[in-house]
Ligand binder design. Sequence first.
Ligand code: FAD
Length: 274
Amino acid sequence: MTPISFEFYPPKSDEQRAQLDRTAARLKAHGPEYVSCTFGAGGSTLSYTGDTVRGLIDAHGLDAAPHLSCVGGTRDEIAALLQTYRDAGCRRIVALRGDLPSGMGQPGEFRHAADLVAFIRAAHGDHFHIEVACYPETHPQAEDALTDLRHFKTKVDAGANGAITQYFYNADAYFRFVDDARAAGVEVPIVPGIMPISNFTQLRRFSEACGAEIPRWVAKRMVAYGDDAESVRKLGTDVVAGLCRRLVDGGAPGLHFYTLNLARPTIAVLDQLG
Ligand code: FAD
């Protein structure tokens, strides 16, 4: 069976915390290999990520991996966070550069995710399984696709065990990216990041920011459905389940779902996949 993992974001209110608890309980029934929890840009959810990860481990018995983005942080801050995560029982980290919101300070002592990966390895040896991010449709700030691929390889060479992709809806972009990465000497598993579709307006905003392409025919239909949430959900589930099936049939080593703390869209896809 293809291993699956689920990504959550750190809740900030009691209502959001209750929602994540319900979602984690429902998704746990689907047997994830691990779950992960995002890290706010510029350190804004620094403590929320740690608290959320501890809750996922202690209250839900899940293997939970904090995301750690290094761009605004100092070596001392990152070292302290890593120790906290180690003390909490974490064995897995998603290591990122992150993005500083415009106008919010300068990059700190780490410039690229590769620097963070090297720092974690130097400080903790093989204690942590390290996942990094990669971009089948190219990172939006990259000079070009090949330069981006070279930077991805540098990150893996610094000590990453695996990679999770930015979400995409074009399976060919993933397969070509994996082929290119293998040709460049990257051997670690490259797990597709999957974004279920439930709110198209929100998805379109995210996609513009992160450079993920929504196929024109999907966008056109979604716009035509407007407020018809049932039709949006149905097409979204069909499109994403079809993508997952192609990826798994084509050899993807796992599926990592961006849940946005909602159980239903991810479960609808898993149910359709059987
Ligand atoms: P890097 O690998 O450092 O790459 C960033 C850019 O710099 C790329 O364009 C790359 O080509 C370039 N680059 C890399 N090395 C060099 C070099 N040596 N010289 C010149 N250029 C270089 N963001 C959050 O804030 N919190 C999260 O929790 C979070 N989780 C994510 C999880 C996944 C799976 C993914 C795919 C993304 C996530 N992001 C998150 C978004 C991520 O932080 C942004 O995409 C960010 O812009 C890049 O992070 P990175 O780790 O890929 O950076």
